[in-house]
Design a protein around this ligand. Structure first.
Ligand SMILES: [Cu+2]
Length: 407
């Protein structure tokens, strides 16, 4: 379909009208509807950021280019009618290619420097560094290929643009070139895929090992619940059918391993120890996301998942690295799981082994006296972690030994 036919087509005109209407509607809705029920104003400043606006802007830019092209064409025809030489379209197209190359390269440079600085923060886990290395290697390789191919493509289009003084060289086939551009990318891609395969194998290795710290993280609308193993180092069974206001997680107290399981508000992790997160969800799909540790895994109801990682930088060290005395690692929910999703965060603190032992000794068990009564279990005398606070400092070591975690 020619340009004339295209712009006179009723279908094209109706589509254009619909887009204009759609874009205007969005803009009007955003500029007038920014007041919430409580009188507060929202959405200010985003009125011009709508998809409709940019679609319209793109269409207007296309229209301008088309009009400019038509003007040039009219000028060209007028020149020819007057017996003059007319425009050299080969030169115009060649210069357009050169402008495109320069503008495109500047765009790539801008994207790399401005948006490149928005990449993930410094990695604070062992596998995170491996993932970053892979990402950097892929970026460097593709960047080299990108620059070379773009210079060759648009540079050649400009340098060897059509001219009456030159005759095009006819090259129907060349086996050597075909071999080079097939074999080199094949080797590079094979290296990347193999490298990626082994990294992935290592990242996703969730085989339980002695010394791993098992922590349960359970998502529900809209909070994360944490469960640490008690002195036995083992987490008891969970059964969502046992959930109740006193037993939110549905811990199965027929399993003796559950008796000493601990409740925690902050995800405290000892540095350089293997952490095995057991991920659960109780209502909808949530997603455990800890960008600094390069950890993200969905929390799916009825389908427990696992993730093993080793934190390498403590919170205190990270505060120095980022030069931010208030820095905290955070565990986010990365699945839009409902109205309170934005608020589904937990502070993660990476500490030394000694600080961790001290902290875990102060955590309270899930099995409260109230829950014992409800479950008709005998009420415990005095639980070790509760007693810890009352003990003199000298006895802390003995307590730490009793809480022989991760040994
Ligand atoms: Cu969520």
């Amino acid at each position: 379909m020619g340009f004339k036919k295209l712009i006179s087509s009723k279908k094209t005109l109706s589509l254009f009208a619909a887009l204009v209407l759609f874009g205007t509607n969005i803009l009007m809705a955003q500029s007038t509807g920014g007041t919430a029920l409580d009188g507060s104003t929202t959405n200010k400043g985003v009125a011009w950021g709508s998809v409709g606006y940019y679609t319209l802007l793109f269409l207007v830019a296309c229209l301008c280019v088309a009009i400019f092209g038509k003007i040039l064409k009219v000028y060209d025809l007028t020149q020819k009618m007057q017996g003059k030489k007319g425009l050299n379209w080969n030169n115009i197209m060649g210069v357009c290619c050169l402008i495109f190359l320069i503008a495109g390269m500047y765009g790539a440079y801008w994207s790399l420097t401005v948006q490149g600085s928005m990449k993930l923060p410094i990695s604070a886990s062992v596998h995170g560094v491996a993932i970053d290395d892979m990402f950097d290697l892929t970026t460097i390789l593709t960047l080299i290929v990108f620059v070379i191919t773009q210079f060759l493509l648009f540079g050649f289009l400009f340098l060897y643009r059509g001219s009456d003084k030159r005759k095009a060289y006819f090259l129907p086939h060349n086996n050597t070139i075909e071999k080079v551009w097939t074999i080199i990318p094949a080797i590079v891609l094979t290296i990347l895929v193999v490298f990626g395969f082994f990294t992935w194998q290592k990242v996703m290795d969730t085989t339980p090992e002695k010394g791993d710290i098992n922590i349960d993280v359970t998502g529900h609308q809209f909070a994360w619940e944490l469960r640490y193993p008690g002195p036995d180092g083992k987490l008891g069974d969970l059964d969502f059918r046992l959930s109740s206001p006193l037993n939110i997680l549905g811990i199965n107290y027929k399993d003796a391993n559950s008796f000493d399981d601990l409740r925690a508000d902050t995800l405290v992790l000892p540095v350089n120890k293997v952490i095995r997160l057991n991920i659960h969800a109780q209502d909808v799909i949530h997603s455990v996301y800890m960008p600094h540790f390069r950890v993200q895994l969905n929390a799916v109801p009825g389908l427990p998942t696992f993730f093993k990682f080793t934190p390498t930088i403590t919170t205190v060290q990270m505060r120095q690295i980022t030069d931010n005395p208030n820095f905290e690692y955070l565990l986010y929910c990365n699945k839009i799981c409902g109205g309170g999703h934005y608020n589904m965060q937990k502070v993660v603190r990476v500490v030394s082994q000694a600080e961790y032992q001290d902290w875990i000794a102060r955590q309270k068990p899930y099995l409260t006296d109230q829950l014992r009564q409800q479950l008709k279990m005998p009420v415990a005398p005095v639980l070790a972690p509760v007693a810890a606070a009352a003990k003199p400092a000298g006895q802390d070591k003995a307590l730490a030994n009793r809480l022989a975690l991760n040994k």
